[in-house]
Write a protein that binds this ligand. Structure first.
Ligand code: ATP
Ligand code: PAF
Ligand code: BAL
Length: 299
C-alpha cells in the first residue's frame, strides 16, 4: 500500500492499488471481528459521497472507499477521458470523513490482458439509462461484482441518485447470492435542489442556473401524479408529457426520459396506485452535460 504523497501526514489515508492488498487488509479486519463496509465511487468526491461514507460508518467498523473511473461503463462517445480525476483531494476528503482505506486500482489491475467476462442483469437494466447508454449497466454490474469479490465487505452503500443502478445492483447481489447487504442512501442536494454530482462541474454558469429546474419539475410532477385529480382518472402519460414540456421550457436541451416506474422492479407504471411505491426518474441534457435525478412517488 502507498500513501498519497501530497497529503499532510496527519491526514494520510492508506491507499491500496491492487485487489490483493484490499483483500489482505479486509481479511485481517474480519479476523479481528470487525464489520466492513464498501462504498464504490468514481472519485471527484463531493458531499453526496461523504454522506455514503457517513452512512457506512453507522453500519460497519471499517469503511473502504473505492475510487475507479471504470472504462467499461462508458460508451465510445461518452466522457471517460474528460471525467474529473482528483485523487489527492479525494484522499483528504475520505480521511476527514473517517474512511479507513481508499482503494484506487489501475485499469490494468482491474482488467488484465485476456479479461473476457461480462455480467448482464436483465429486466431492471432495460429502459431508462439502460437504453440511453447501451452496455452501461453491464460495465457497472461487472466492475461492482469485481469490487465486491475483491473487498468482500459485509455491507455496500450506493446512492439513490443513481436509482436504476441501485436496483441493478440489488438484483445482481440477490441473483448471484453474493454475501453482502446492499444499502441505498438518500440523494444529497444543493440548497436549490440540484442533486450533487461529479458531472455538475461541467456546467457553465448559465447552465448551472437552469439545472435546479429538474428537481423543481420532478417535485411538481410527483405532486400531480399523487393528486386526487389523477386518482379521478388522469393517466400518468398526460402528466408526464406536461412535465416534459415544462423541462424543455425551463431550458433543457433534451429530455431523454421522464418516466413513472415501480420502485423496485422498475416496471413501467401507467398510473400511480396508492399504496404501491413508485419512482419518477428523469435524464436530461444541458449543453454537454447529462443530468439524472429521481424521486419517490408514494402516498
Ligand atoms: N447527490 C448524491 N446523493 C447521494 N448519493 C450520491 C450522490 N451523488 C452520487 N452519489 C452516489 O455515489 C456513488 C458514486 O457515484 P459517482 O462517483 O458516480 O458520483 P456521481 O456524482 O454520481 O458522478 P456522476 O456525475 O458521474 O454521475 C454512487 O452510489 C452514487 O449514487
Ligand atoms: C458503482 C460505480 C462506482 C461503478 O463503477 C459507479 O457506477 C458509480 O460511481 O456510481
Ligand atoms: N454515477 C454513475 C456512473 C456513471 O454515470 O457512469
Amino acid at each position: 500500500m502507498t500513501a498519497v504523497s501530497e497529503l499532510p501526514l496527519s491526514l494520510a489515508l492508506p491507499v491500496a492499488r491492487e485487489g490483493a492488498a484490499v483483500r489482505r487488509t479486509v481479511a485481517q479486519w474480519r479476523a479481528e471481528g470487525l464489520r466492513v463496509a464498501l462504498v464504490p465511487t468514481m472519485g471527484a468526491l463531493h458531499d453526496g459521497h461523504v454522506s455514503l461514507v457517513r452512512l457506512a460508518l453507522t453500519q460497519a467498523d471499517r469503511v473502504v472507499v473505492s475510487v475507479f473511473v471504470n472504462p467499461t461503463q462508458f460508451g465510445p462517445s461518452e466522457d471517460f477521458a474528460a471525467y474529473p480525476r482528483t485523487e489527492a483531494a479525494d484522499a483528504v476528503r475520505l480521511s476527514e470523513a473517517g474512511a479507513h482505506l481508499m482503494y484506487a486500482p489501475t485499469v490494468e489491475d482491474m482488467y488484465p490482458p485476456g479479461f473476457a467476462t461480462t455480467i448482464t442483469v436483465e429486466g431492471v437494466s432495460r429502459g431508462l439509462c439502460g437504453d440511453r447508454r447501451p452496455g452501461h449497466f453491464q460495465g457497472v454490474a461487472t466492475v461492482v461484482s469485481k469490487l465486491l469479490m475483491r473487498a468482500q465487505p459485509d455491507v455496500a452503500v450506493f446512492g439513490e441518485k443513481d436509482y436504476q443502478q441501485l436496483q441493478v445492483i440489488r438484483r445482481l447481489v440477490a441473483d448471484l447470492d453474493l454475501p453482502v447487504e446492499v444499502i441505498g442512501a438518500p440523494v444529497v442536494r444543493e440548497d436549490d435542489g440540484l442533486a450533487l454530482s461529479s458531472r455538475n462541474a461541467y456546467l457553465s454558469p448559465g447552465e448551472r442556473a437552469i439545472a435546479p429546474h429538474l428537481h423543481r419539475i420532478l417535485v411538481e410532477v410527483t405532486r400531480a401524479l399523487t393528486s386526487p385529480e389523477t386518482e379521478a382518472g388522469t393517466p400518468a402519460a398526460v402528466i408526464l408529457a406536461r412535465g416534459e414540456v415544462a423541462l424543455r421550457a425551463a431550458g433543457f436541451d433534451d429530455v431523454e426520459y421522464l418516466e413513472l416506474r415501480d420502485a423496485s422492479t422498475l416496471a413501467p407504471q401507467a398510473a400511480f396506485v396508492r399504496g404501491r411505491p413508485a419512482r419518477l426518474l428523469a435524464a436530461v441534457r444541458l449543453g454537454r452535460t447529462r443530468l439524472i435525478d429521481n424521486m419517490a412517488v408514494e402516498a
